[in-house]
Design a binder for this molecule. Structure first.
Ligand code: AHR
Length: 492
């Protein structure tokens, strides 16, 4: 029996709802087909946004959406994506399949999508191939409410009022596809570009995200924090789970054995240590934890589905992805003193998506149900909690079997999400809520065989169900978590 302690009197930090954010890039069928089908499509849509996906994302509780990239962001020139659609300039999407981008989805369409989703906007600017003037004018176009050239242009294009822009990224992966820069060079460039990201409206103070490190590049974090730490609100971190660790042969999304399953879980679990080390570098320069760590790209990355465009990064999803999502979200909750936002890559039809589409059809992935289950944590207070757990080591990789987090909402209700990553063994847990009586416990579960997934033919193989295999005690409960499962307990 594993001991699980939750201390409702140990209130640690606010879990920013934006930790549950998504990322959507002009990549493959994410924006076009996945989110946007155009006003004239026979697929049901409102102003071009497909209704099935929008409704599903709303129900999932999407708090914030990042756009337009990714690598695409540093090739994107926003003026190409405004005005009469028939006259918009076309470009080649060199990063992603070399397809022609017709720019029919641009700034106005993105804010319309956010309006329909009821979520905040996170826009990533172009440092790699864009100018300071271009970035400055984009900010003016989006957020200036007075009379100015860009505000007039916006009004001419049908939008009189400025939009609310919550987050703005100054470059993406500037150490790689965004310009192949060194941290010293980028941090100086950040200072320059960021100067012209003006707060035009005192009610819209833009949260500025600098391009942070790739995975374990702690030197990048150090240099950036030293040179620009006082100018940023957040720095990004990108970390993908690649089962084999080899970018040339990552592994299949559906055809994997138990060792590959474990390796995937262990690599996803590395997120915990990676965040901790970046946090300790950040603590050196920012002990008050003013600057956020923004994990704006994360998720599983497998070989593309056979027969699909290699540049479109289309992959399928199983219970393995659900476990990765749940353990990662628990890790983010636990680091919510520093992690202010995170964005899974990517919302629809690309990498670890929450939804897949095929023409008019849509299927929700196991990852979708994890986000929906975990939305109760949004804006809650993280509580001190601890679980004992067996650990497994294979080929120098280690991961715990059980990973949890617990939070409390403003009414004192406790939410605990526990992952049992073991594909073979159930886990008995004995949970004690310190110094508290327990009146009621309700629970939900997502579980299945590691290979189970939802397909267009069988959409409901992996969904969230009620869970009753627990017993309430005066100050807690005991439960048996099945192999490969994610359980949420709601404790009053
Ligand atoms: O999400 C796919 C790509 O991964 C993004 O465009 C880039 O930022 C990262 O390398």
């Amino acid at each position: 029996m594993e001991k699980y302690l939750i201390n409702p009197y140990h209130k640690i930090s606010k879990i920013n709802k934006d930790i549950y954010g998504n990322f959507s890039e002009h990549l493959g069928r994410c924006v076009y087909e996945g989110l946007y089908v155009g006003e004239n499509s026979k697929i049901p849509n409102v102003n071009g946004m497909r209704c099935d996906v929008v409704n599903a994302l709303k129900e999932m509780g999407i708090p914030v959406l990042r756009w337009p990239g990714g690598c695409f962001a540093d090739e994107y020139h926003w003026k190409d994506g405004i005005g009469d659609k028939s006259k918009r300039k076309k470009m080649v999407n060199t990063h992603w399949g070399g397809v022609v981008e017709d720019n029919s989805f641009g700034t106005h369409e993105f804010f319309e999508l956010c309006r329909q989703l009821g979520c905040d906007a996170y826009i990533n600017g172009n440092v790699g191939s864009g100018t300071v003037e271009e970035m400055n004018e984009w900010i003016e176009y989006m957020t200036f409410g007075g009379d100015s050239p860009m505000a007039r242009l916006r009004a001419e294009n049908g939008r009189k009022e400025p939009w609310k822009l919550k987050y703005f990224g100054v470059g993406n992966e500037s150490w790689g596809c965004g310009g192949n820069m060194m941290p010293e060079y980028y941090s100086h460039l950040f200072r320059r570009y960021n100067t012209y990201v003006r707060d035009y409206d005192s009610n819209n103070k833009i949260y500025r995200v600098a391009c942070g490190p790739n995975a374990e590049d702690y030197n990048w974090t150090d240099v950036l924090m030293k040179n620009a730490g006082n100018k940023v609100n957040g720095i990004s971190l990108h970390y993908y789970t690649v089962p084999s660790g080899d970018w040339n042969k990552k592994g299949s999304s559906t055809d994997f054995d138990e060792n590959e399953y474990f390796s995937t879980i262990a690599k996803a679990y590395k997120m915990d240590g990676i965040i901790s080390r970046h946090c300790s570098v950040m603590d050196k320069y920012d002990p008050e934890k003013r600057v956020g760590l923004i994990v704006d790209e994360w998720g599983t990355w497998y070989d593309v589905e056979p027969g699909t465009n290699p540049g479109f990064l289309y992959q399928l999803s199983t219970m393995r992805d659900a476990v990765v999502a749940a353990l990662t979200l628990n890790i983010f909750n636990k680091h919510s003193d520093r992690v202010h936002m995170a964005n899974i890559a990517q919302t629809v039809n690309v990498l670890q998506s929450v939804a897949l589409t095929d023409g008019e059809d849509m299927v929700l992935t196991p990852t979708y149900y994890v986000f929906k289950m975990f939305k109760d944590h949004q804006n809650n207070t993280l509580l001190g909690s601890y679980i004992t757990t067996p650990e497994r080591t294979l080929n120098n990789e280690t991961a715990p079997q059980l990973i949890e987090s617990a939070s409390m909402d403003e009414n004192g209700v406790i939410y605990s999400t526990v992952v049992n990553s073991c594909p073979e063994h159930s886990a008995q847990i004995d949970c004690e809520i310190a110094h508290n009586g327990v009146k009621s416990v309700k629970a939900n579960i997502i579980t299945g065989n590691i290979h189970d997934g939802n397909t267009f033919e069988n959409k409901n193989t992996v969904v969230q169900k009620e869970f009753t295999d627990f017993e309430i005690k005066p100050n807690g409960f005991t439960a048996e978590l099945p192999p490969c499962s994610i359980v949420k307990f709601v404790i009053e």
